[in-house]
Design a protein around this ligand. Structure first.
Ligand code: BES
Ligand code: MN
Ligand code: ZN
Length: 498
């Protein structure tokens, strides 16, 4: 199906063309609206199901061409499995699966938001729509031609059939904000680094102004004045200027302490003088995924007018080798006054975050800070691509993040912190060094961050595994899943809005 599918909600009516998509359970039971629309087909579905051995297993699909008794070109039946106790993330997934069954050549599709237990609630129909939007996303702005025989996908009009279209549209307002936030994050992360360098990234973040977000950009001069030398040191080998962007959304009580999200925004990570091997280095255009997620999240919160005061802060740099680049052995004085000896210029993300975390903690005194960073290869060794690493000084915040992770499918796994690990980054020459050796590499990175958060409740998400080269799922076919936007939006919605 084509990107940018037009989505709408309408009362259940039998469509006259295109694709009709309905849901059934593992007993091949349909909801009331589907039963009615399928009535003229007689026992067609039962016969097709038995010949295809379709049993309504969760996520499976039965496809019928030119179904007799209907005017549509194609009928798709999607299995819900047991269809009891279905959660928000299940409806999002079913929406994704449905969208995947709309062929590129088809211009019209109707999805009946209906199941054996009755018609779907407005929120459930909106979750279907969210799944459709996420599944149909593709990043193809640099493709100027197609393979022979491949036709340009039509922009399909997808109509979700519901019992109360006005209520569904209202629920969709809030979910669409989230869908757009995820898409914004994906676009930023997929974008190549020749296009998306720090100043260009800052300009794209400034687009949030039209949603009522206050956006402030600190340039190198401003950062020098503040003493952000750890961040500036990372960017000093690049011809591109480094930037810090602060986004503020004030939808909560006036004067109430904000929640804060901080993103690593290394627009490209060559490793610097400690240069990376050539193989796979192209993936380091995504080393700003933490920052991309923060911008997408701020979009989601502002677009749905979340009742919360939220800060988004991103440190944008390019890590390059150069005659002016930072060297191993260099010592930088961070904004906090603490000094860091650079052992490896490829451990740059923690240097960027050290200054941004300190800045946010001292300037905004947030309720909590959560940072997202593609920080270490070691977290991929530990957790693969299924869970992000969670490091925190706060059990309650960790618990809430874990729950939001299970609810959205963007899962986090808590990792340890402690004085034994902290010792590993003590330096001979400075207050600390920027690497702690090969063992426990994700933990020592987190220990460095912790030295810059003071007493603020804080969580660090190491998203190196989850954010890039994302596994293909029912709701994402792109290199970047925009990981984290749904997780943090859910955390805010469940606990920090009133
Ligand atoms: N951006 C990388 C981490 C990374 C690796 C993200 C693979 C996504 C995929 C980070 O800046 C880095 O280079 N970390 C080093 C740290 C080491 C030098 C202590 C690493 O993990 O090897
Ligand atoms: Mn690096
Ligand atoms: Zn990096």
């Amino acid at each position: 199906m084509a990107e940018g599918s037009k989505l709408g909600f309408a009362a259940f009516t039998p469509p006259s063309k295109g694709v009709l998509i309905v849901f059934c359970d593992e007993k091949l039971k349909f909801g009331p609206a589907a039963r009615k629309v399928l009535a003229p087909t007689g026992d067609l579905v039962t016969r097709a199901a038995s010949s295809e051995r379709f049993t309504g297993k969760s996520g499976s699909a039965l496809e019928l061409l030119i179904p007799g008794g209907l005017n549509v070109a194609r009928l798709v039946v999607i299995g819900l499995g047991k269809a009891t106790d279905l959660k928000s993330k299940d409806f999002i997934r079913f929406g994704g699966i449905a969208a995947g069954k709309i062929p590129a050549s088809v211009g019209e599709a109707a999805i009946f938001a209906d199941m054996p237990s009755g018609m779907m609630k407005p929120e459930q129909a909106a979750d279907l729509a969210l799944g459709v939007q996420l599944r149909t996303y593709s990043f193809d702005r640099y493709k100027t031609r197609r393979k022979e025989g491949e036709e340009k996908p039509k922009v399909a009009n997808v109509t979700i059939g519901v019992s109360d279209p006005a209520a569904a549209r209202k629920a969709w307002d809030g979910r669409q904000a989230v869908a757009d936030g995820v898409v914004m994050a994906r676009d930023l992360i997929n974008e190549p680094a020749n296009v998306l360098y720090p100043e260009e990234f800052a300009r794209r973040a400034e687009a949030l102004k039209k949603l009522g977000v206050a956006v402030e950009v600190l340039d190198e001069k401003a950062m020098k004045k503040l003493g952000m030398n750890a961040l500036l040191g990372v960017g000093q080998g690049s011809v591109r200027d480094s930037q810090v962007v602060i986004m503020r959304w004030n939808g909560g009580k006036k004067g109430a302490d904000p929640v804060a999200f901080i993103g690593k925004g290394v627009c490209f990570d060559t490793g610097g003088i400690s240069i990376k091997p050539a193989s796979g280095m192209e993936d380091m255009k995504g080393d700003m995924a933490g920052a991309g997620c923060v911008v997408g999240l701020m979009h989601a919160l502002a677009a749905r007018k979340a009742k919360v005061n939220a800060i988004g802060a991103i440190g944008l740099v390019e890590n390059m080798p150069d005659g002016n680049a930072q060297r191993p052995g260099d010592i930088v004085t961070t904004m906090s006054g603490q000094t860091i000896e650079i052992i490896n210029t490829d451990a740059e993300g923690r240097l960027v975050l050290a200054d941004v975390l300190h800045y946010v903690a001292t300037k905004y005194k947030p309720k909590f800070m959560i940072d997202l960073a593609t920080l270490t290869g070691a977290i991929m060794v530990a957790l693969g691509q299924e869970y992000a690493g969670l490091f925190s000084n706060d059990d309650k915040l960790s618990e809430r993040l874990a729950k939001a992770g299970e609810a959205t499918g963007e899962r986090v796994w808590r990792m340890p912190l402690g004085p034994e690990y902290d010792k590993m980054i003590d330096s001979k020459f400075a207050d600390m060094k920027n690497t702690g050796g090969r063992w426990g590499g994700s933990i020592t990175a987190a220990q460095l961050l912790q030295r810059f958060v003071g007493k603020t409740p804080w969580a660090h998400l190491d998203i190196a595994g989850t954010a890039l080269g994302s596994p293909q799922t029912d709701i994402n076919k792109s290199w970047s899943a925009g990981w984290g936007v749904r997780l943090l939006e859910r955390l805010v919605a469940d606990h920090y809005e009133k």
